[in-house]
Design a protein around this ligand. Sequence first.
Ligand code: GDP
Ligand code: MN
Length: 392
Amino acid sequence: MKIHEYQARQILQAAGAPVPNFEVIDTPDQAAAAVKKLGGGNLVVKAQVHAGGRGKAGYVVLSDKPADIEAHARRMLSVPMVSKQTGPQGVKVSKILLAPAVEIDKEYYIGMVIDRAKGCPVIMVSKEGGVEIEEVAAKNPDAIIKEWIHPHLGLQAWQVRNLTAALGLTGEAAKDCGKTIETLARIFMEKDCSLAEINPLVMTKGTGGAPGKIMAIDAKFTFDDNALFRHPELEAMFDSTEENPFELRAKAANLSYIALDGNIGCLVNGAGLAMATMDIIKLHGGTPANFLDVGGSVTKDGAIEAFRIILADSKVKGVLVNIFGGIAKCDVIADALIAAAKEIGFKIPVVVRLEGTNVEKARQMLEEAKIPALIGAADLTDAAKKVCKAVA
Ligand code: GDP
Ligand code: MN
């Protein structure tokens, strides 16, 4: 589960990290009051969306004029944001964060993820903060310094010193940055994160002879869905408007749905079979639009909902139903297919490959139902060839 930057700031603030205060608004006419609450001055206006790359997309702007701030908020709330991470259709912005802008001397990256190869968390820091870290990782991997965290010993003081030294920090700045690294690591462990990052963590410009300060001005957390039951306070931060509506519908029906870019809808049971189905579609020149895994213990209602979800996506020009009846029974799927055909009507070809428990009964039911759009397949290769041909 992902959360917004303003929610990440709340978590960081509560944990004692240095975060500038902020206000969140959801309509442009709330801008004036928010500016007032923040005491005016130079403010940063930031769209709250789960996608990154906001700076380059023009959805992070600085201004000290209340009228401009309101105008930017109005623009961001009405024009979907298109960034490197969103796709050409962009994402709708529903909330804006306003915060006092800080004067930046240096931008750093600090982040933490699970290193799957090593089987433990890893903390990464880089002097090349602010920009997309993926780019740094690809072009200049040596600019990212890592420390792996022993699952029992936790983050050690010497590791923190290594990281702050790698950022070139000394004295108070090193101490403050070290504290923030420790705070991030603590949040990561306590809240079962799969990703926790501050980008940028900045060194502000000092004023009047006073040195600059370490501040977190953008943060991102992703939580492990399987651990969410332990964190009701995080579950409450869930924003369904940021999720793919088809994926939400599938989740509500206990189905797993993954949206992809092609035009062939895949209705399968089991993740392994889904992978094999997509591979064989690719092999025969097609591209999957999604895969919907109905799981082992699918009911008729669940399967009908699965068809509704797949057919509601206008990208889908053909469907491949690939069911191996083990615990799931082929006749249940056939029954759902017939009901879905009646209810929704199949306006596109639906290729069906059934095998396993009660397959004879299922084939007979489908034959008797005489659904025009249905195309039977002898085996998986035959099914893949037929569906690819049907959408070609
Ligand atoms: P992202 O592009 O979605 O990651 O959004 P960020 O919050 O990281 O902002 C992008 C960039 O805008 C940062 O790397 C900074 O260079 C700049 N920026 C953001 N907030 C401030 C601020 O308070 N003051 C200044 N001077 N620049 C800022
Ligand atoms: Mn950022």
